[in-house]
Design a binder for this molecule. Sequence first.
Ligand code: G16
Length: 541
Amino acid sequence: MTIRTVATTPFAGQKPGTSGLRKKVKVFAQPHYLENFVQAIFDSIGAVAGKTLVVGGDGRYYNRTAIQTILKMAAASGFAAVMVGQGGILSTPAASCVIRKYRTFGGIILSASHNPGGPDEDFGIKYNIPAGGPAPEAITEAIFARSQEIGEYRILDAADVDLDTLGTQRLGAMTVEVFDPVADYAALMESLFDFAAIRALFAGGFRMTFDAMHAVTGPYAAAILEGRLGAPRGTVMNGVPREDFGAGHPDPNLVHAAELVAIMFGADAPDFGAASDGDGDRNMILGRNFYVTPSDSLAVLAANATVCPGYKAGLKGIARSMPTSAAADRVAAALGIEAYETPTGWKFFGTLLDAGLATLCGEESFGTGSDHVREKDGLWAVLMWLNVLAARRDSVAAIVTAHWRKFGRNVYSRHDYEGVDSEAANGLMAHLRGLSLTGRRLGAYEVVVNDDFAYTDPVDGSVSTRQGIRVVFGDGSRIVYRLSGTGTEGATLRVYIERYEPDAAKHHLDPQEALADLIAIARDVAEIERRTGRTEPTVIT
Ligand code: G16
């Protein structure tokens, strides 16, 4: 087997976004495209000779092809070993778990998360560092810079590796270990949660539906919920991972998980419903006839964390992304612990978790997690909810409404305008950046802060600017605008709207009604209709 050195030239636009490089499969499938980016990773992360790498993905179309290329390139670059999930499958949180457990030199995760899969859809790749989390900006910038000057890559001329048989194989001088992608992760979950109490809950007739959306969490959910926890067979729906996610959009929200939503809001609904996304790091939580916003979910889990064995000692701090509602901050204040506000992107939580400043983290974008790994973790959030439900023996709706009575409700909604013309979206953001609203009245509200969010990491001092336009009002209400960093077509404008409601008599109101005046102000200030031609958002969460 010989190592081939292949001459290449840079591709424009290999700049990682909010979470790695995400493009259409057709872009990745161009000759040298994937290879350039992988070589740029290997050239940017320090000496790789003799090291071990973890590789796996969410099983989407092109996953297996990309893994074969990465294995041959890892062998050519001198890695001693690569650990690959069987069938090329590895959920994002399970990858983080394995990287940490086996102290590897990080890993490469292949996923475009919640974006659709298939030959005409999306693919993605990112590098996670040895701590298990997504590479911080300094590294993604270095990878990008390297990709822009690359002149050659190295690859081993060899037959494809068998990704389906557990065990060890040789690839040139390198070892390839195909391992069970579920076992280590399931063991970690069992160490954090009271499986006996959850088993007793199911044995008592508690009913749940978990929608794996034909994505990576199917095998994990089946093994843990139906296997170890004794939930009846059929609890997991859409449990077989498919390369095109069954032609669905594996994004666990009210729009894309419509099948689950119909079950949970239908006659004879189960007690608990949940869904996870393409790569298993997002979650949506539903009760019978009840939707829990991700921001509320973080707050409720934080307030109840000590019923779970893994969090019995209490939380060190709670971190949330800036656009996430401030519900968790109220819990942190009540617990007397620190609340951190970071830019959007799970990578920003890494330093806080590593330094032991925060235990729980969450984002409005259906992400919740803790210091057990360095990624958000869909199934972990579901299990934590199950542990809370098993301990409190109350319904989801009763637990959340009681939480609002105690802390007040941060009424919250996100409006997405997807596939907007990029120039129009950039123009809208430039318009917002040019405004100076502080001190002005908008409707019934007075603007007290109007800025473009900037963040200085309290641990390593790194600074991230231009992280979203904030319009904060005197009563704490907020409107936030940002452009998504994960889309692959045009631009997605996200508008986040929040108002604090202390009055329990108004807690039952639909957020769209309760926020109607702020929503109108948000559209008006940004001139959304005039600039984008859109009269309505495409997705409301
Ligand atoms: C990624 C990031 C999250 C972020 C989300 C949405 O999630 O890891 O931190 O909140 O994208 O980002 P944006 O608003 O820029 O589209 P995932 O699940 O796609 O990896």
